[in-house]
Design a protein around this ligand. Structure first.
Ligand SMILES: NC(=O)c1ccc[n+]([C@@H]2O[C@H](COP(=O)([O-])OP(=O)(O)OC[C@H]3O[C@@H](n4cnc5c(N)ncnc54)[C@H](OP(=O)(O)O)[C@@H]3O)[C@@H](O)[C@H]2O)c1
Length: 342
């Protein structure tokens, strides 16, 4: 791998600018902090940024051109778990990102880091979900433009991400407080490999920096930044049930009694979730959880230059981060930033 640089470029005086799509989201907020810590200016783009950027409308390359002015890198961390009329996956996961990648290629913004997801290919039901199908479309376009030499694109496929503000983290922490864990059978068989959001964010900042550094030293033999598909997983594969038990143990609680729900109850509860638009639990999430979501643990520490955070350390690290976030300490900003669109 070639992503050792921790700062964008020693050679350039003005801080480089990154367009960060999804800067108001769980992963995006942490990426914004990591980018700023590494010396980047961040131009946020989401429906809450100024100007607002709505992926349901930004589906042509020309919609993106003004937002790319002055940018050295683009990070896309926009996504949804539920398909809906207000937030259709086809536009959010495929049409708008593909238009953004085309605009980057046309404008000469070479470095594009796209947050995709682990487990979206293969032949199982998870890969046939609209989530997986639309995510693959964006990846394919990014990789095609990269193969044509028009971009230095990298699609990151994280496993389950843990951290403050994550919807799944909230759900698993709530389950970890219960004395009885009644979970779908797949939670005892399929494995996940959770990674900490701060590790993911730092990896993204390093990948962005490696590009900026390689441009500054464009005559160096190893100038090309890392491109292609990269699966990112934490150090430990474990079933969802074991993960929740581990979160519980880190809270100082004894193991919960664990029960596998009958398949008919699991399916019925998922269908009930289908009817509740804001529920993260639905038939699609059941399909996504039914397949193992694991990958080599080597990529993350190699990018970070240190061991990745293990699930057993998540709670402690979260508490330390909450303390650092106490009044007086700078917190992630939600939509507006120093790198506002021109
Ligand atoms: N969390 C995980 O465990 C995990 C694991 C693997 C992969 N991923 C992927 O990582 C990405 C980010 O996930 P996340 O957990 O950070 O999600 P999140 O907290 O729900 O954030 C989603 C982001 O997308 C933006 N967004 C939603 N609708 C939009 C629209 N119509 N136009 C423009 N922006 C829109 C949101 O901003 P506004 O609402 O302000 O517009 C927000 O910034 C997703 O692609 C997800 O699939 C997440």
């Amino acid at each position: 791998m070639n992503a050792q640089a921790a700062t964008p470029s020693a050679a350039s005086a003005a801080p480089p600018l990154a367009l960060l799509c999804g800067a108001s989201g769980f992963i995006g907020r942490h990426i914004a902090c990591a980018l700023r810590a590494a010396g980047w200016q961040v131009r946020p783009a989401s429906r809450r940024s100024a100007p607002a950027v709505d992926y349901t409308r930004a589906t042509h390359a020309s919609d993106w051109q003004p937002l790319l002015q002055g940018a050295s890198a683009v990070i896309n961390a926009v996504g949804v778990l539920r398909d809906s009329r207000a937030r259709p996956m086809q536009a959010l996961h495929a049409d708008a990102p593909c238009a953004l990648f085309e605009a980057c290629a046309a404008s000469g913004v070479r470095r594009v880091i796209h947050i995709s997801a682990l487990g979206i290919d293969g032949g199982g039901p998870a890969a046939r979900t609209p989530y997986a199908r639309t995510k693959r479309q964006a990846e394919e376009r990014l990789l095609a433009l990269t193969a044509q030499g028009r971009l230095d694109g990298i699609a990151l496929r994280p496993s389950l991400v843990f951290g403050a503000g994550g919807a799944s983290t909230r759900l698993f922490l709530a389950l970890a407080r219960l004395p009885v864990l009644a979970l779908p059978r797949c939670a005892f068989t399929a494995r996940v490999q959770p990674l900490a959001v701060w590790d993911l964010a730092e990896a993204v900042a390093r990948l962005a920096a490696s590009s900026a550094a390689s441009h500054a030293a464009s005559h160096a033999a190893n100038a090309r930044p890392l491109t292609g598909l990269l699966e990112l997983a934490g150090p430990q594969p474990l079933t969802l049930a074991a993960y929740i038990q581990q979160l519980r143990a880190s809270q100082g609680r004894p193991p919960a009694r664990a029960l596998a729900l009958p398949a008919c109850i699991t399916r019925a509860s998922a269908r009930l979730g289908d009817a509740l638009p804001f529920s993260p639990w639905c038939t699609q999430s059941l399909h996504l959880l039914s397949a193992s979501n694991v990958a080599s643990p080597a990529a993350l520490p190699e990018l970070l230059g240190r061991p990745a955070t293990a699930p057993a350390q998540f709670m402690q690290a979260l508490a330390a981060a909450a303390q650092a976030d106490a009044p007086g300490v700078r917190k992630p900003q939600n939509g507006r930033d120093e790198g506002g669109a021109p």
